[in-house]
Ligand binder design. Structure first.
Ligand SMILES: Cc1cc2nc3c(=O)[nH]c(=O)nc-3n(C[C@H](O)[C@H](O)[C@H](O)COP(=O)(O)OP(=O)(O)OC[C@H]3O[C@@H](n4cnc5c(N)ncnc54)[C@H](O)[C@@H]3O)c2cc1C
Length: 666
């Protein structure tokens, strides 16, 4: 019994040790801050005799309010926190939990504020109104309670604070935050008058000099600098270079703004689209890696903002589709070159089971300045072929047979002349692509580029710590897989680079750019568990996996997809039938490939994973190793996985296998 308890304590310590130590130290500091004022005022001559313990208690609470308010600001300075993540000796501080910590600070702040208010309402103010000795001690004239509550500076600022804090706390409740995020976010800006009132509250200096500014000056200044940084970054317009709508997600390829100098997979940015709302910033994980010259993101259509963004982008893609149709007809009747076959139609048209994993979609076009006229081409509608980038960039337009001049970009963008796959893999635009394709795509590109996007970041997230482990278990639901896409790309780069040295020659040494992205040791193995209700989400995941080197998927990364189905009813049956069909197809054909993921060494299961079996197998495969478990999905799933990890970690503690657990909730 005792041994079992010790073992459990050991596991807790390994999984949560730093968090507990940090929380304990911090709570001890809160208690200390309370105690210092309590002791000071109980020892102050006449205070307890005149006011009882109301004043020491109110003052102790005031100190706690000041101490926690400092952390309330520091814990949302995301740029600073992202920098602190890379400080090795700070690894024991649970920076991943900064928002949970911020919330706990808020609870303690509110409790201390309530304590302070109650003490003044029940003790200090009635005593001052009724006891001339107490007024004489504070050198006050005769005052009524109404005066003390609503006219004196501590009184009216105190009540104003109560009202503002109640509004802020009310709109921060989980239910409100989930349903009406904007309300939560906008009311959080009440922090501005709250800080002003806190600074003003103690200026009457009744029981000592004002203290608030000492605590608030640095954290508020740091937070203000970060907000100004956001304003500065937001002044940099970022263009959408390419886009794709797949199932219920929208993928965007964005210019990489100059302030995004370095980032690691798993991190995220805040996106703002001024034409939707200049006030809304949405956190979105990057699916690109630092080695990419652009930023890619995948956004699930969920609420107002993501739907509005899709609606903004879709017309450009519809334009592309409509013109593709026109070209098909054109090609049929004129015998001209048809674009169909040269360039695949947008991959959002692919359906599960028939997805062509190698298909790339022309999403953004080369500027027309890159087009050269080719005489004798057979297309009646146009006689241009993409073939040469050497023409002057300043061309004002390209004339086509019988058509109006095609508008061109005055200065070609560096990301022009490429085809981009649904995963963001950039390939040069194929020579021989007809001008119809190019014009069509160019118009789409112009339409896309007219959408203004702003980026703030990049910011740290728990999954970026994947590098610290020998074996990674990444568990995601739906669009929660986005951090993994970046991690997957990075692992691919690491694995391929680790194998490359043998082929490197003296003639082609590593370029400075490659050296900047020099690989760290790749993890030995990554198991990716992806849970999806239906097959729709598999479209984009299949495309993403299709772009990854086969050797990486065979040797390092294992994909385990789970069709969890809907809760009961027909949808469950249809997802079961789909899984059954897939299992048959995999066995009987498709070269052993799974039709959903497009990967040979992957599995698709129907239903929910059995976590105890999975983690026991993992522990058996990697005795004595560091296993990192990352969950990106609903809280309930994270809790479920965490319980099992703890259980299994306790069983294998003697093997020296160390489990680490981190989670993200989108
Ligand atoms: C670190 C992080 C990374 C994320 N990465 C991705 C990603 O790669 N792809 C993706 O599709 N989604 C991602 N999300 C979730 C994404 O931010 C929300 O889905 C998006 O903001 C929804 O906005 P909406 O108005 O369309 O939906 P709404 O219906 O307004 O909101 C849906 C949910 O998103 C939350 N939310 C809304 N606005 C914000 C906001 N400004 N900040 C934080 N949460 C908000 C709300 O609490 C709500 O529960 C990420 C979230 C976080 C915290």
């Amino acid at each position: 019994m005792l041994a079992q308890l010790r073992r459990r304590a050991q596991i807790y310590w390994r999984l949560e040790g730093p968090k507990f130590v940090c929380a304990a130290v911090w709570l001890a500091l809160v208690a200390w801050w309370f105690a210092t004022n309590w002791i000071r005022f109980t020892n102050m001559k006449g205070v307890v005799a005149l006011f009882g313990y109301w004043v020491p208690f109110a003052k102790g609470c005031a100190n706690v309010v000041m101490f926690t308010s400092m952390f309330l600001f520091l814990l949302v300075c995301r740029t600073t926190l992202t920098k602190l993540r890379s400080v090795r000796w700070l690894h024991w501080v649970p920076i991943n939990k900064h928002l949970v910590w911020h919330r706990w600070c808020a609870y303690i702040f509110l409790a201390a504020s309530a304590g302070h208010t109650i003490c003044h309402c029940l003790g200090t103010f009635p005593t001052l109104a009724n006891d001339p000795r107490a007024r004489a001690a504070l050198k006050l004239p005769p005052v009524s309670q109404v005066y003390l509550h609503f006219i004196s500076v501590p009184g009216w600022t105190g009540w104003a604070l109560v009202v503002l804090l109640a509004a802020l706390a009310g709109t921060s409740a989980v239910a409100v935050r989930r349903k009406r995020y904007e309300l939560f976010w906008y009311t959080h800006h009440l922090f501005v008058p709250i800080v002003a009132l806190l600074a003003l509250h103690g200026t009457a200096a009744l029981l000592g000099p004002p203290q608030a500014w000492k605590y608030l000056a640095v954290p508020v200044a740091l937070y203000a600098i970060e907000r100004m940084l956001r304003v500065h970054r937001a002044s940099w317009p970022v263009r959408i270079q390419a886009a794709a709508v797949q199932a219920d997600t929208l993928e965007l390829v964005l210019d990489r703004p100059p302030f995004v100098t370095h980032y690691v997979p798993g991190q995220y940015v805040f996106l703002q689209v001024p034409s939707i709302s200049p006030w809304q910033w949405h956190p979105i994980s990057l699916t690109s890696t630092d080695a990419d010259p652009f930023l890619t993101v995948r956004i699930k259509k969920l609420g107002d903002w993501s739907h509005a963004l899709t609606q903004l982008v879709e017309p450009a893609l519809v334009l592309e589709d409509a013109e593709a149709e026109a070209d098909k007809v054109d090609a049929k009747f004129n015998g001209g070159k048809s674009v169909v076959g040269t360039v695949q139609p947008p991959s959002r048209q692919t359906t599960a089971g028939t997805a062509d994993l190698d298909a790339t979609t022309l999403l953004a076009a080369p500027p027309a300045a890159h087009l050269r006229e080719v005489s004798g081409a057979s297309t009646a509608r146009s006689s241009l072929t993409v073939s040469d980038a050497s023409l002057p960039d300043s061309a004002a337009g390209i004339k086509t047979d019988g058509g109006p001049p095609v508008p061109v970009l005055a200065t070609p963008r560096p990301m022009s002349r490429y085809m981009i796959s649904a995963t963001g893999t950039v390939k040069p635009l194929a020579v021989g692509t007809t001008v119809d394709t190019a014009r069509r795509a160019q118009r789409a590109a112009l339409a896309l580029q007219s959408i203004d996007v702003r980026v703030d970041g990049v910011f740290g997230a728990p999954s970026q710590d994947f590098v610290d482990h020998d074996h990674i278990v990444f568990i995601a639901t739906g669009v929660g897989a986005t951090p993994f896409l970046a991690i997957l790309k990075d692992i691919e780069r690491q694995v391929l680079a680790a194998r490359a040295p043998a082929r490197r020659s003296v003639l082609f040494p590593t370029s400075p750019t490659t050296a900047a992205h020099a690989p760290t040791a790749p993890p030995r193995r990554v198991d990716f568990y992806w849970l999806n209700r239906d097959q729709a989400g598999f479209q984009w995941m299949a495309a993403a996996l299709g772009a990854v080197d086969r050797r990486v998927l065979r040797d390092v990364v294992r994909v385990h997809a789970f069709l969890t189905g809907a809760r009961g009813g027909q949808a469950t049956l249809s997802s079961f039938l789909l899984w059954w069909g897939l299992a048959l197809a995999k066995r009987r054909g498709a070269a052993g490939k799974c039709l959903l993921t497009g990967v040979r060494d992957s599995s698709v299961s129907w239903g929910r994973p059995h976590w105890p079996t999975i983690f026991r197998q993992t522990a058996a495969l990697f005795p004595g190793k560091k296993v990192g478990v990352f969950v990106c999905g609903p809280k309930q799933l994270a809790r479920e996985v965490y319980e099992v990890v703890r259980e299994v970690a306790a069983e294998v503690v003697d093997d020296g296998t160390v489990f680490a657990f981190a989670k993200e909730n989108f």
